[in-house]
Design a binder for this molecule. Structure first.
Ligand code: HDE
Length: 707
């Protein structure tokens, strides 16, 4: 039987505001400042948050413990359904600033004045993986922008790829079912390298253009800061006279595009599953604010009629060389969220959130999306009042007669909750505004009610080919490698062959490389094509990442592996050269406490070598000493640091003692991507080379088993 000696029952009297209570009931003084008393949700002060209410020290817990029950009840309900797609995301606040007035093209208030700043919130995401999946999955990235304009919230819910898999929203549930984990086994997580996905792709020729994009390095960006964004669909801009202009939205990263290589992505997912979100968080916290420019492709009906494809078809793009981009403003992200759940998780984007001066087109994918977003948010956010949440609420005045429902917390006052009413201007509530109110573009409509696809949607291969021929040799090799990788994970040989049958309609050489990389026994016949592939479309250099890379090493990071005895001048020279470029240096050492340099200077490390692989960096330096290098030679992760950097075509700076580590790491050829540093001033040349991001010439030599 439990005893209840008075000495065992610790004093649980209400704590002093400046005192914290330990698990045993002991108290700790809190250093400095006023500490707020802990309360329940109802505001009742809590005396003991460590122990539940019991009948005796070893007795049962009492149902009466209202604080425990409230705390556990709330915890049990902390999770809401994750997004069915784009579950894993990361958001930040910022602003959009216009460069010029676009009043000739649109009456949208946001574009009326040059230099106008509008609050913005952006959420980047991966599509297929669950909320806890890794950042470097090969996947499309969502690029959703909410602009809190003076005439309502305008959401541009885009991706980092300008085209999509399907033409009609009817197929979206099938596409997503096929891409996500297979329903019987519940895997694979966050990857398309499995039978269901490629089975579906191989039966959907309209997906082939997007297949080229997702197999390119666009789906493994180095940073969310270094990728483009696209509105994808054709939208309309409407000016004050009611004139409509078609528009496609583009976000161009100020720091240029950059991706990682696939083997790096695979390993990064283990080394730092939060690689992208950490990068965005760090950049903003350091004041290195990510920036994109908004570009518009503007054209009218006559121009649209000249294209060989339909501008309502989301599997097609308009090459920038055909309709140049007009840069009209910039988006800057300058503030991290205060609370991930309240903001990033609960933000609700919707393609139908547009403002006067912007309008939809009949793109059947867009029309389907306009239904889906509100519908899914009702379930995810638990009721119709999610627009009351601060992250979703407009920042302009708003007045309507919608009322009640779960969790309504901005509630109108007064008697009138309907319209028309005769309560007069003061009490009668808001009224329509025929002047400024949103009007749909009065596009004439006629046609039979049918389930059909327009004739012009039928060419599925020409732009897939155009994308492929627009890539550099390195990028083409990556596309072939990616296809071989993905199809190697497909267990059904017929599916592998069916994908290759489509590649034959895109580029014969690519098809041959992939067939060879898979060791297909025989080449399949080309897939039946509704329209033959146009082979005369010109390459569009703007579609390449490498041709549109950075012009400096700004915003990039070098990992410098150091040991005791390192020459301080080399370290200082490298640090200075990188800082002058706007780049960062992080020190990686045998112990995280740091190392002692040649002159006794202490260099603090940011990473211990086994937790700071070269994967985390854009380029690396190995600066060591005759003695220090011996520690590295016997450390497997130090050898991986070198061999991975080498295999991933990174630029490598080093001093002489490091060469014995290179030997031990199996790196015997110090090619043009290596930079020997003999004095601090040598670092400049290394940093200049790093502007090229990677030493691509090395890559084919380091990967003999690739295509
Ligand atoms: Fe989405 N999509 N989508 N999508 N989408 C969602 O809405 C949908 C499509 C995109 O960070 C969902 O609130 C349909 C294209 C982004 O919160 C859902 C179709 C593009 C995000 C939905 C598409 C996108 C979503 C899931 C085909 C690029 C994340 C949760 C007709 C232009 C937004 C949610 C965020 C999210 C439906 C296709 C971009 C289910 C039906 C094309 C960036 O409503």
């Amino acid at each position: 039987m439990a005893t209840s000696k008075a000495s065992e029952l610790k004093d649980t009297a209400f704590a002093d505001q400046k005192v914290l209570r330990g698990t045993g009931g002991e108290t700790h003084q809190v250093a400095g400042g006023d500490v707020k008393p802990l309360t329940t949700q109802q505001g009742m002060p809590v005396s003991d948050d460590q122990n539940s209410l019991k009948a005796g020290a070893r007795g049962p817990t009492l149902l009466e413990d209202q604080h425990f029950r409230e705390k556990m009840f709330h915890f049990d309900h902390e999770r809401i359904p994750e997004r069915i797609v784009h579950a894993r995301g990361y958001g930040a606040h910022g602003f959009f600033e216009t460069y010029e007035s676009l009043s000739d093209i649109t009456s949208a208030d946001i574009f009326q004045r040059a230099g106008e700043k509008t609050d913005a919130f952006v959420r980047f995401s991966t599509v297929a993986g669950n909320k806890g999946s890794a950042d470097l999955a090969r996947d499309v990235r969502g690029f959703a922008v909410k602009l809190y304009t003076k005439e309502g919230n305008w959401d541009i819910v885009g991706n980092n790829i300008p085209v999509f898999f399907i033409q009609d929203a009817m197929k979206f549930p099938d596409l997503i079912h096929a891409a996500k984990q297979e329903p019987d086994r519940g895997f694979p997580q966050a990857q398309t390298a499995h039978d269901n996905f490629w089975d579906f792709m191989s039966l959907m020729p309209e997906a082939m253009h997007m297949v080229m994009w997702i197999m390119s390095d666009r789906t493994i960006p180095r940073s969310l800061r270094f990728m483009e964004g696209f509105g994808v669909h054709t939208f309309r801009m409407i000016n004050a006279e009611g004139k409509s202009t078609y528009v496609k939205f583009h976000w161009k990263p100020k720091l240029g595009m950059q991706s990682v290589v696939w083997n790096e992505a695979l390993k990064l997912n283990g080394a730092d599953p939060d690689f992208h979100r950490r990068d965005l968080w760090d950049a903003i916290q350091m004041g290195d604010y990510p920036e994109w420019e908004l570009g518009l492709q503007l054209f009218d009906d006559d121009f649209a009629d000249k294209f060989d494809f339909d501008v309502l078809d989301a599997t097609k793009l308009i090459p920038e060389e055909d309709v140049p981009i007009r840069t009209v403003g910039r988006l800057v992200l300058d503030r991290c969220v205060d609370n991930f759940f309240a903001e990033t998780e609960q933000v609700a984007f919707h393609t139908a959130n547009i403002v006067p001066g912007i309008d939809f087109t009949n793109d059947p994918l867009l029309q389907g999306r306009n239904f889906s977003y509100l519908d899914t948010q009702l379930k995810r956010l638990g009721g119709p009042n999610f627009s009351h949440l601060p992250i979703n609420a407009p920042r302009c005045p708003f007045h309507h007669f919608q009322q009640d429902g779960h969790m309504a917390f901005t509630n109108p006052k007064g008697r009138a909750n309907y319209e028309p009413n005769s309560w007069g201007p003061e009490e009668g509530g808001p009224r329509e505004d025929p002047e400024r109110g949103f009007r749909s573009h009065p596009e004439p409509m006629e046609g039979e009610k049918r389930r059909v696809r327009a004739e012009l949607f039928a060419d599925h291969y020409s732009q897939a080919r155009q994308f492929y021929i627009s890539q550099t040799e390195t990028e083409q090799r990556h596309i072939a490698d990616a296809l071989i990788f993905e199809l190697s994970k497909v267990e059904t040989p017929a599916i592998r062959a069916r994908v290759v049958s489509h590649l034959l309609n895109i580029d014969e050489d690519l098809a041959k490389k992939v067939a060879g990389g898979l060791r297909l026994k025989e080449m399949p016949a080309p897939a039946d094509a509704a329209k033959p592939t146009k082979t005369d479309l010109k390459a569009s250099p703007k579609l390449s990442i490498l041709l549109n890379g950075p012009d400096s090493f700004k915003g990039r990071k070098v990992g410098c592996l150091v040991t005791d005895g390192v020459d301080i001048d080399l370290v200082k020279g490298l640090k200075q050269a990188l800082e002058a470029e706007g780049a960062l240096i992080e020190f990686v050492a045998p112990e995280v406490g740091g190392v002692e340099a040649s002159d006794g200077t202490w260099i603090e490390a940011q990473q211990k070598v086994n937790g700071g692989p070269s994967l985390l960096y854009d380029a690396v330096a190995i600066l060591t000493s005759a003695e220090g290098v011996q520690t590295l030679e016997n450390e497997a992760t130090a050898k991986d640091f070198v061999s991975d950097a080498f295999a991933h075509a990174k630029f490598i700076a080093y001093n002489k003692p490091a060469t014995s580590l290179f030997d031990r790491a199996g790196v015997d050829e110090l090619d043009g991507g290596f930079f020997a540093l003999t004095s601090g001033s040598d670092a400049k040349g290394f940093v200049e080379a790093c502007r090229g991001v990677r030493f691509w010439e090395r890559e084919p030599k380091a990967h003999a088993a690739s295509a």
